[in-house]
Design a protein around this ligand. Structure first.
Ligand code: ZN
Length: 246
């Protein structure tokens, strides 16, 4: 099976379109979408519409999706995130708001092998920033491979015999081979708001027969996206950070 894995789209139509165009000729059996379809960017409806049209997609919700559709109030959000959440609430069509409100909470089990979660497979809102965070999840839950998002940072955690290995993919195309006897937690990075100091849209592909994961980065029109954010009256910081990938 071939999987396309995307996370943290954040209403960035240009980035999502560039990602999908870059894999246009590839055939995927499933598209795994790890939450945060909306928030921060200026095209929430367009991005949700694309996700809704995507065939063979398995979609879970992120923390921004919950606030945008009113499940949570975003009191733990910083000011820019709160402002964009309120703006998104007003912009969403009733159909798209309803779609977001019905997105399942992670973790979701896909094809009996893959777990997908937004934060961690134990807590959808928790961040995995450190080796310790990852190790704790491996200790608490048994799975072969888990794809997660939320931090916007591409990373691979692998564990075998109680030893943890960390790998941070860096480059436009990085392919890794999975090893027998290891368990994996993998973050594909963020499509719509990368934070690893690389502004290119980030995603991953998993070939479950070849046992490989490929991390990819693609260019998109950042000035166009920034322009839309500013014209929408969203906080300037949300436009600025896209150019530097933080
Ligand atoms: Zn996010």
């Amino acid at each position: 099976m071939k999987y396309l894995i995307i996370s943290d789209l954040h209403s960035n139509l240009e980035a999502l379109s560039a990602v999908l165009a870059s894999v246009k000729r590839k055939k995927f059996d499933r598209v795994l979408i790890l939450g945060d379809l909306v928030g921060y960017g200026a095209n929430p409806n367009q991005v949700v519409n694309i996700v809704r049209r995507t065939k063979q997609a398995v979609v879970i919700r992120g923390n921004h999706d919950k606030v945008a559709c009113g499940i949570e109030n975003g009191e733990n959000f910083n000011r820019a995130a709160q402002a964009s959440a309120h703006w998104t609430q007003k912009k969403l069509t009733p159909e798209n708001r309803s779609y977001l409100s019905h997105l399942p909470q992670g973790p979701a089990l896909v094809d009996n092998e893959i777990l997908i979660s937004h934060g961690t497979p134990i807590d959808e809102d928790a961040y995995i920033f450190s080796d310790y965070d990852a190790f704790e999840v491996f200790q608490m839950l048994d799975f072969k491979i888990c794809f997660f998002g939320h931090t916007h940072l591409p990373v691979v955690y692998a564990v075998s015999n109680q030893k943890l290995y960390t790998f941070r993919p860096d480059g436009e195309r990085v392919k890794i081979a999975l090893m027998n006897g290891f368990k994996y937690m993998v973050n594909p990075g963020s499509v719509g708001q990368p934070r690893d100091k690389n502004p290119l849209a980030s995603f991953a592909m998993f070939d479950s027969d070849q046992r490989t994961i490929t991390f990819k980065r693609v260019e998109y029109s950042i000035p166009k996206t920034q322009d839309k954010i500013l014209k929408a009256g969203l906080p300037q910081s949300l436009a600025n950070r896209l150019a530097i990938g933080v």
